[in-house]
Design a protein around this ligand. Structure first.
Ligand SMILES: [Zn+2]
Length: 418
């Protein structure tokens, strides 16, 4: 049972006491921290000894001693319309109603695991039967209602993937043949409500990029002028080099980054959004399926090689000073929407400091979103945080042990007190 003080007064105030603050800005926890949440806003946070007495008399008390207090998580790369799994590409061709049910499920499990913000980096295109309009499913009106619940993660949406004709199966992305069509497609996505633009820069060949730096520079100019950022899918050196040179805002995946590109990312402030758990999940499928792509000798070698390459790129980028944000790639890749803890673990295993890895799943993601309050804990910001059992700075598995998600559990707490 949770003790309740002055049950009649300030039912909307919750006092969390005795937590260790771990917010991705320091290498060690700060002990015995109290946070006061009032009407869903952080009213006070600091050392318990400094808590103004007036606050200690109010509302509900939650004994958070022994827990780590972390800002809510930001998943910087997900696909809410898709379920992931070993046949994740095939799922992109599911019926519209199935895709909508994936959205509802993904939002629920992500929120339950403490993800408050998500960047959706591409969704299939479908026809809305009520309006007849052909649209990226994330931008459709029937999907919009699924985002409205107070517990649902806040979503920044790219709309459809934009790819050069021939890259990815027909019917998956928005295919365009040349620079003019690329720019038109970006404009159309923005007009349809996209918060950012996603372009596939991989060409299918490891030595070429699908678009020249000059093509991409025009895309960046168009999008930035409309207040939108450009996210570039780039797993090869050639693709990442062209995208960074053109000034995109983020490299998604960045599986193989060379030194020159890393230096340029530092100089230009380009984010790297890692998705190491995709390759790790492919490795796991080598043991849970007999699908040749993963289970054959060749498949196992490929998954391991790509995983090592991506981990080394992320470590070198982080050491050089590139801002790292982390994503699950849920759905567009094989992981599930609530498995950002896996990415955190893999970043630490790759040799990134726990502090930077924690920043990658919290405030760095907020920076990339352009949302100051995302992934941070400051007075006046939304009281979006989690309590976990264990110190993520010394135990990377601690992020799996969440026992309190403020925006969900405070509602339960109030309901119980009524
Ligand atoms: Zn993706």
């Amino acid at each position: 049972m949770l003790p309740t003080r002055q049950a009649s007064a300030r039912q909307d105030t919750v006092l969390y006491t005795g937590a260790a603050l771990v917010d991705g800005t320091a290498d060690h926890p700060l002990y015995d921290i109290t946070l006061v949440s009032r009407s869903g806003v952080i009213a006070w946070v600091g050392p318990t000894a400094q808590l103004p007495p007036a606050w200690s008399e109010q509302g509900h008390a939650v004994d958070a001693s022994g827990s780590a207090l972390l800002p809510a998580f930001v998943d910087s790369h997900t696909h809410v319309t898709l379920p992931g799994g070993a046949r994740f590409m095939e799922r992109g061709f599911d019926q519209r109603e199935d895709l909508l049910s994936h959205v509802a499920h993904n939002l629920e499990i992500a929120s339950r695991w403490g993800i408050r913000w998500q960047r959706d980096l591409g969704s299939p295109i479908r026809t809305d039967p009520s309006t007849g309009s052909v649209e990226a499913l994330t931008l459709g009106r029937s999907t919009e209602r699924l985002y409205q619940g107070s517990g649902a993660p806040r979503l920044a949406k790219a709309g459809a993937w934009i790819a050069r004709s021939g890259f990815l199966p027909e019917g998956f992305p928005l295919h365009v043949a040349d620079r003019a069509a690329l720019l038109d497609a970006a404009k159309a996505q923005i007009e349809a409500g996209a918060d950012l633009v996603k372009v596939m820069v991989d060409s299918g060949s490891s030595t070429d990029s699908a678009w020249s730096a000059s093509d991409l520079r025009e895309l960046v100019a168009l999008c930035n002028a409309a207040g939108r950022k450009v996210a570039a899918h780039a797993t090869t050196r050639a693709a990442a080099a062209a995208a960074v040179e053109a000034g995109v805002d983020s490299i998604e995946h960045g599986t193989d980054l060379d030194e020159r590109t890393i230096d340029l990312m530092v100089e230009k402030g380009t984010y790297l959004v890692t998705t190491l758990s995709v390759y790790e999940s492919w490795r796991s499928f080598g043991r849970t399926t007999d699908i040749p792509e993963y289970a054959s000798e060749q498949g196992r070698v490929r998954s391991t090689r790509l995983g090592s390459l991506a981990a080394a790129s992320a470590r070198r980028a982080s050491e050089a000073g590139v801002a790292i944000a982390a994503g699950t790639d849920a759905g567009g890749g094989s992981p599930r929407a609530n498995q950002l803890a896996w990415e955190f673990e893999l970043l630490v295993r790759a040799g990134i400091t726990p502090r930077n890895a924690l920043a990658a799943v919290t405030w760095r993601g907020g920076g990339l979103l352009g949302k100051e309050e995302a992934g941070r804990l400051r007075v006046g910001d939304p009281a979006d945080f989690v309590l976990v059992h264990g110190d993520p700075l010394s135990d990377p598995r601690a992020l799996w042990r969440i026992w309190w998600v403020s925006w969900l559990d405070e509602v339960s707490l109030r309901r119980m007190a009524e």
